[in-house]
Design a protein around this ligand. Structure first.
Ligand SMILES: [Fe+2]
Ligand SMILES: [Fe+2]
Length: 389
């Protein structure tokens, strides 16, 4: 194994390349379930090693699921049909209902997009890095753009995943609902992109860990894995993140935009837990175990996504080792609260759908992600609950 000193002696680009290989190896050696490893291996290679999301070209992800028709048209899941009706009634128009004339200055400390506590000042100071006030606001601007860019990339993934799920789910009521989600996700992608382009003026490339997750769930042929990856993991965590961002921002346009998006996302996660609770009740112990293991790996990738390596490369790549940056981000009070808010929504949902056995709980304990086990799941939460989370 390469020592840190050997890594340090390498020129920047080579060092980053070796670090990427080591990250991919860490994923490979941690995964105990070999079937899960096989499922994830090519996505890990495409995301972490080949960095296909960062090549500046459109990326193909070959889908392999079946589209299911049902020509009987029998109401088969009334709760899902209710969600569909609610979704139809609550459609909104980001162009008309958001005030795009709002003057946003991402470096204005009076109305910050995100608070200045976003800067891990203590952690950086411990390594002799002290940012001036102007640099701090620039950092907040960049980090906010990075964070919102990643959620925007997630929205693009949600758009295609919900389209796939609409085809591949077998309940007709699920197809009705899925179609509304496709529209919702297009609108989310539209408003995030517009906000980033016209108000923050900066877009970041997709994070490698997020790309890996999107690639894995888009190419999996099993509809429930798409649900699990998108509705429960990506959207469940995004919902927690949006709630915290809604609380934290002082910028009125972003706040209003998040309020609308949270209302839609609450329905999406609700749809995911309804579908999977019913489906998982019919799976064998081996199938459930595979889903538990897969979910845990995706949770680890999600956690790593928020280490913000794109920001590290841009700001501190020449001054800090990446392991030091990872520690700083791991210990930063803002990011700690951010991770906790995200994951507290996840664990109750995993419990509710039946993939949080004592065996897998031990794995989550080890990486510190079980702090909020036992809270309310998505079928018990309203959008209003999420706005005050
Ligand atoms: Fe969305
Ligand atoms: Fe969504």
């Amino acid at each position: 194994m390469l020592t840190e000193r050997a890594l340090e002696s390498m020129p920047g680009p080579a060092r980053r390349r070796v670090q990427d290989v080591l990250d991919a190896m860490k994923v490979a050696t941690r995964v105990e379930n070999k079937k899960v490893l096989v499922d994830l291996a090519s996505s890990v290679a495409r995301g972490l090693l080949l960095k296909e999301g960062k090549q500046g070209e459109p990326v193909g992800m070959r889908a392999s699921h079946d589209a299911w028709f049902d020509f009987r048209y029998q109401g088969d899941y009334p709760e899902m049909y209710d969600l569909y009706r609610r979704a139809v009634q609550n459609q909104w128009d980001g162009d008309r209902q958001l005030d795009w004339s709002t003057d946003v200055d991402p470096r204005n400390p009076e109305k910050p997009v995100f608070p200045i506590e976003l800067v891990p000042m203590e952690g950086l100071a411990a390594h002799g890095i002290h940012l001036t006030r102007d640099e701090q606001m620039k950092f907040v601007h960049d980090f906010s753009s990075w964070l919102l860019s990643q959620f925007m990339h997630g929205e693009q993934g949600a758009l295609y995943a919900s389209a796939q799920v609409t085809e591949s789910v077998r309940w007709v009521d699920g197809k009705f609902y899925g179609a509304t989600q496709v529209m919702d996700e297009a609108r989310h992608l539209e408003v995030f992109l517009r906000y980033l382009e016209s108000k923050l003026g900066k877009l970041y490339q997709v994070n490698d860990n997020l790309f890996t997750i999107l690639d894995a769930l888009m190419r999996d042929s099993r509809w429930d894995m798409k649900f699990l990856g998108m509705q429960i993991m990506v959207e469940g965590l995004a919902l927690g993140a949006f709630s915290m961002m809604y609380q934290a921002t002082r910028e009125p346009l972003l706040k209003e935009m998040l309020r609308y998006v949270i209302q839609d996302e609450a329905r999406h996660v609700h749809y995911g837990v309804l579908a999977l609770k019913r489906h998982f009740a019919e799976l064998s112990p081996a199938e459930l175990r595979e889903r538990e293991d897969w979910t845990f790996e995706v949770a680890c990738l999600m956690r790593n996504r928020f280490l913000a390596h794109e920001i590290y490369d841009e700001w501190f790549g020449a001054h800090l080792k990446r392991a030091e940056w990872d520690r700083i981000m791991g210990e930063s009070p803002f990011m700690t609260q951010f991770r906790q808010t995200m994951f507290k929504r996840l664990v109750p949902n995993l419990e509710y759908i039946g993939i949080f056995s004592p065996r897998i709980r031990g794995h989550y304990d080890k990486v510190g992600l079980t702090k909020y086990a036992g809270g309310r799941n998505a079928s018990e939460l309203t959008a209003e609950d999420l706005l005050v989370a």
